[in-house]
Ligand binder design. Structure first.
Ligand code: DWN
Ligand code: SAH
Ligand code: ZN
Length: 405
C-alpha cells in the first residue's frame, strides 16, 4: 500500500504511464544503454486529497550538476519573473533591510531583479550549472538542496527572512515535512511562504497529462495546500491564478493567526468542490481522456508519416518525455526536436531517443508539421515562427485534445 508523502494516508492510484525515464536526462548519442527508468503513476490521498506520484525518484538523479533546464529561455517567463520581483519589492519586501530566500532559483531569472534593487537575497539551488549562471550575474546562491538542515544554517548565517519563495519547485519536492520545518526556521514571525506551481484544475481541464513526469511529484489544489499548510502550523491566506506554464496558482502561506485569509481562498476551494477536484471519479475520467489523446495523436502521426509529410517537434521539454514514451513516438514519426537550450542540443531525448537540434534547424527547411511540445509557450513561439505558418506549415497540439492549427 502506497502512503501519502504529506500525511501518511492511503493513496488511490488513478493513472499509470508505465516505465518512464528521467525527463531531463538528455543523452549523449553514444550512451543510450544506461538510462534510469521508474514507474510513473499518480494517485490521490484518501485523507488529505493531495494528488502525487506513487514512486519517488532520488533527488540527486534529477537535480545534478548538468541539469539542463534554464528558466530564462522564454521571454514571457523572463517578464513574468521580473514583474513578480517588482511586486515583492513593493509588498513583502518594502520594510527596512528586507531579506528573501528563493528555493530553486535556477539561473537567477527572478532574483537578478531583486539583486539589482540592492535587496538582500539568497537563492538555494542544487543544480550546479544553473546556480553558476545565476552567480555570474551577481545573484547570491547557496549550491544546495533546501531542507531543514540547510535552512537552519541559512538562518544562522543570514538571520530571518521576510519571505521564502519557490516557483515551479515546491511541487518537485516530496519531503514536505523537512521543507516546512526549514521554512519555519527561516521566516520572521510575520513572514510569508509563497509558491507557484501548475494547478491541478488546469491539468484536468486541459488533459495536460504531460505535466506528469519524474520532477513533478505533487499536483496542488487550494484544498490540498490548505490541508498541508495546516499540518505544519501554517495557513493558506491567499491564492492567485497565473497564466504561465499552462495555468498555475500562486499560494501565500502565513503562520497560523498572523493574517486573515482573502476571499479568493474560500472562492477557489468552493470552485474546486464543484469541479470535483477531490473526487476519484474526476481523475478516472481524466485517465480515459489521456488514452483518447494518445490514440488520436498516434493515428495522426502515423497518417502523416504514411502520406510522406515531414514532422518535427518544437521544444525539448521535460513534459515531452511523458508524451513520447507513453504514446510511443519514435524518430520515424518525428524526425527531430528543435530547442534553443545549448545543453540539450546534439543529445537524444530520454527514452524515445529523438535527436535534439538547434532552433535554427527548424527553418532549414521548414517541415510540413510541427508538434508543439512547448505548448505552454504557444503564443510566444507561434509569434516567433510566423514565417512557418505563413509558408503553409501547421502546428500539431495535443491539449486539451489533438488538433492542427
Ligand atoms: O517545472 C519545470 C519547468 C519550470 O521547467 C521543470 N521541472 C522543468 C521544466 O519543464 P519543461 O522542460 O517542460 O519547461 P518548458 O518551459 O515548457 O520548456 C520549454 C523548452 O522549449 C525549453 O527547452 C526551451 C525551449 N524553447 C525553445 O526552444 N524556443 C522555449 C521557447 C519559449 C522557444 O521559443
Ligand atoms: N524557479 C525556476 C526553476 C524551476 S525548475 C522557474 O520557475 O523557472 C526546478 C528547480 O528546482 C531546479 O532548478 C532544481 O534544481 C531545483 N530544486 C529541486 N529540488 C530542490 C530543493 N530541495 N531545494 C532547492 N531547489 C531545488
Ligand atoms: Zn495525505
Amino acid at each position: 500500500m502506497v502512503k501519502c508523502r504529506v500525511c501518511g494516508g492511503t493513496l488511490d492510484e488513478f493513472v499509470d504511464f508505465g516505465r518512464q525515464p528521467l525527463s531531463d536526462a538528455f543523452l549523449e548519442p553514444g550512451r543510450v544503454d544506461d538510462e534510469f527508468f521508474f514507474r510513473l503513476a499518480v494517485g490521490m490521498c484518501a485523507s488529505c486529497t493531495m494528488v502525487q506520484l506513487v514512486e519517488e525518484v532520488p533527488r540527486e538523479r534529477m537535480f545534478r550538476e548538468d541539469y539542463p533546464y534554464v528558466s530564462s529561455g522564454s521571454a514571457v517567463m523572463r517578464d513574468h519573473f521580473e514583474s513578480t520581483a517588482r511586486h515583492f519589492l513593493d509588498t513583502e519586501l518594502a520594510g527596512s533591510d528586507p531579506f528573501i530566500v528563493e528555493i530553486g532559483s535556477n539561473d537567477g531569472v527572478m532574483l537578478r531583479a531583486i539583486q539589482k534593487a540592492g535587496v538582500r537575497h539568497l537563492g538555494v539551488e542544487p543544480s550546479g550549472r544553473v546556480a553558476e549562471q545565476a552567480r555570474a550575474q551577481g545573484v547570491q546562491v547557496r549550491h544546495d538542496f533546501f531542507e531543514e538542515s540547510s535552512a537552519a544554517q541559512m538562518r544562522q548565517e543570514h538571520g530571518p527572512a521576510d519571505m521564502v519563495y519557490a516557483a515551479n519547485t515546491l511541487c518537485h519536492i516530496p519531503y514536505t515535512d523537512s521543507i516546512f520545518q526549514g521554512v519555519d526556521a527561516l521566516l520572521t514571525p510575520g513572514g510569508v511562504f509563497v509558491f507557484e506551481d501548475p494547478y491541478l484544475g488546469e491539468i484536468i481541464d486541459r488533459t495536460a497529462f504531460d505535466q506528469i513526469y519524474d520532477e513533478h511529484f505533487y499536483f496542488f489544489t487550494a484544498r490540498s495546500v490548505q490541508a498541508m499548510a495546516q499540518r505544519f502550523g501554517f495557513r493558506l491566506v491567499d491564492v492567485q491564478r497565473l497564466s504561465v506554464h499552462g495555468g498555475e496558482v500562486r499560494y501565500t502561506l502565513a503562520r497560523a493567526g498572523m493574517r486573515t485569509p482573502t476571499a479568493a481562498v474560500a472562492e477557489l476551494v468552493a470552485e474546486e468542490a464543484v469541479k470535483g477536484l477531490a473526487d476519484l471519479a474526476t481523475f478516472e475520467r481524466f485517465a480515459l481522456a489521456v488514452e483518447r489523446v494518445r490514440e488520436d495523436l498516434m493515428t495522426l502521426l502515423r497518417r502523416l508519416h504514411a502520406e510522406g509529410s515531414t514532422v518535427v517537434a518544437y521544444g525539448a521539454t521535460a513534459k515531452s518525455a511523458t508524451v513520447t514514451n507513453f504514446c510511443g513516438i519514435d524518430s520515424d514519426l518525428v524526425s527531430f526536436v528543435c530547442d534553443t537550450t545549448p545543453a540539450k542540443q546534439g543529445r537524444l531525448t530520454p527514452g524515445a531517443h529523438l535527436p535534439v537540434r538547434p532552433a535554427e534547424d527548424f527553418a532549414a527547411p521548414f517541415p510540413d508539421y510541427a508538434l508543439l511540445f512547448a505548448w505552454n509557450h504557444a503564443a510566444e513561439i507561434m509569434a516567433k515562427e510566423e514565417a512557418f505558418h505563413g509558408a503553409g506549415g501547421r502546428w500539431i497540439l495535443y491539449t486539451p485534445d489533438v488538433h492542427v492549427v
